[in-house]
Design a protein around this ligand. Structure first.
Ligand code: GLU
Length: 476
């Protein structure tokens, strides 16, 4: 996807790391220790399918074990390779540090086109891959906890968790060995939508700071902002849906593998999603203009560009034509180091991947804690909270009667106030808080230092500083 004279994905991440590290005062050697990937395990295994033995190649890379378990998704795609998995593992280290989830960074991948296999075949392949990883503690509740990524979801996580449990029959915490599981297999409410929800919370937080908006030449609120989304997969779909349905943003462009849709009056995200489910792509969708050359829509006029597909889509070949003043990286690594420099010089504000898409790992953290505590969030408090609220409501009702026509409670106050928070509400509140605090820690560095021009460098500085403190505490 990237132009040939560009560095690889991993080199691109290293370049961005170096840029930030050069502005820090790290002890000699520690910078190198943090940057390098600790280990990458490659496995090749055979599975008998349709009468033949098929050989698959998979990876699990551990970038940093300054905190354990290490955390990060497992991707199923034909383009998976060691360089990509290592770049993604490094991003996980910085991401976890930035949003303060107590994990090191890891990532996995399997070279496979999942669409070519039946469900029972995918189960066989996934279980075998999970077996290979689990027997080396590369799936383990206290060592290494995978999660979904591109091409995987709740179903694969349930198979992996079950495979681990079969191999570790006496491990009472076995459910905590992977996150992103379905609710009935130890998952948590709100995990599927979490990354998209995180994008929404990140943008809401950005739009709370007029100074930051000004840097992008934007003002006002999310309401009415024109958004182009690349990739209507789990992350892009939820982000676009929430932004349009809850914040009043207008989705003017949607880019998919078979071209792009554009409509300056706005596109209905839910109906495009249904169209894709039915027809496999966006071609033929009636209520927008379709262009076969999808990439060109990245360059259309809009307020916010949301690349939510692959790495390297904004690169040396198109960066100078990108018009959006604000880019939020829903995917990992969508902007190459070269493109980043061009955009920075143009004054484009980029909300970087390690922050923007951290909603997934944040809710994964809540799921892991839920699994280790063996209890659903809110189970102990909810009714007690309602009972205490009942006390206030009955006092207010007494006042209401006493004051007659002079005052009365708002019609829906009682029902709203009485209801104690369920797991989904608690998850959303924890995610919102995490996204706000992490943004504030980045912007503080961005605004307080003259040598920090952009949010990405600020994010790296915050993350590297935390990782370095953790290594130093270990005596390094
Ligand atoms: N795959 C997601 C990511 O890149 C989620 C990782 C996780 O939940 O551990 O952040």
């Amino acid at each position: 996807m990237t132009a040939t004279n560009e560095p690889s994905f991993r080199e691109s991440v290293d370049l961005m790391f170096n840029r930030a590290a050069s502005l820090m005062d790290l002890p000699p050697g520690l910078e190198e220790k943090i940057r390098v990937c600790n280990a990458t395990y490659t496995v090749r295994f055979g599975v008998r399918l349709r009468g033949d033995i098929h050989t698959f190649t998979g990876y699990r890379s551990v970038h940093s074990e300054h905190m354990e378990p290490v955390k990060g998704g497992i991707r199923y795609a034909t383009a998976v390779n060691q360089d990509e998995v290592e770049a993604l593992a490094a991003l996980m280290t910085y991401k976890c540090a930035l949003v303060e989830t107590p994990f090191g960074g890891s990532k996995g991948g399997l070279c496979i086109d999942p669409r070519k296999y039946e469900e029972h075949e995918l189960e066989q392949i996934t279980r075998r891959f999970a077996y290979e990883l689990a027997k080396r503690d590369l799936i383990n509740p206290s060592q290494n906890v995978p999660a979904p990524d591109m091409g995987t979801g709740e179903r694969e996580m349930a198979w992996m968790a079950d495979q681990y449990a079969r191999m570790n029959t006496t491990d009472i915490n076995s459910r905590a060995c992977v996150t992103g599981k379905p609710l009935n297999a130890g998952g948590i409410a709100g995990r599927v939508e979490a990354t998209g929800r995180g994008i929404q919370y990140a943008l809401r937080e950005f739009f709370r700071h007029p100074e930051d908006m000004q840097k992008a030449g934007l003002s006002g609120k999310l309401d009415g902002k024109r958004v182009i989304v690349q990739g209507l997969g789990n992350v892009g779909y939820h982000a676009a849906k929430f932004l349009s349905e809850e914040d009043g943003s207008k989705i003017v462009g949607i880019i998919e593998w078979d071209g792009a849709l554009y409509n300056p009056d706005g596109i209905d995200v839910e109906s495009v999603r249904q169209w894709i489910v039915k027809h496999g792509g966006v071609s033929g969708y009636p209520d927008a203009t379709h262009s076969a050359e999808g990439g060109a829509v990245l360059e259309e006029d809009c307020d916010i560009l949301v690349p939510a597909a692959l790495e390297g889509v904004i690169n040396l070949s198109n960066a100078d034509r990108i018009k959006a003043p604000l880019i939020i990286e829903a995917a990992n690594g969508p902007v190459t180091a070269g493109a980043d420099e061009i955009l920075r010089k143009k004054g484009t504000v980029i909300i970087p991947d390690m922050y923007a898409n951290a909603g997934g790992v944040t809710v994964s953290y809540f799921e892991w804690v839920k699994n280790l505590s063996h209890i659903r969030f809110g189970r102990m408090q909810r009714r007690q909270e309602e009972a205490r609220h009942e006390l206030i409501v009955s006092e207010l009702e007494r006042l209401d009667r006493y004051l007659g026509d002079a005052w009365s409670m708002s019609p829906d106050f009682k029902a709203k106030y009485l209801r104690g928070a369920d797991e989904l509400e608690l998850v959303r509140s924890g995610l919102d808080d995490t996204m706000r605090i992490a943004y504030q820690s980045m912007r503080e560095v961005w605004h307080s230092r003259d040598d920090v021009e952009d949010l990405r460098t600020a994010a790296y500085i915050v993350a590297i500083d935390r990782v370095s403190k953790s290594y130093r505490a270990k005596g390094l």
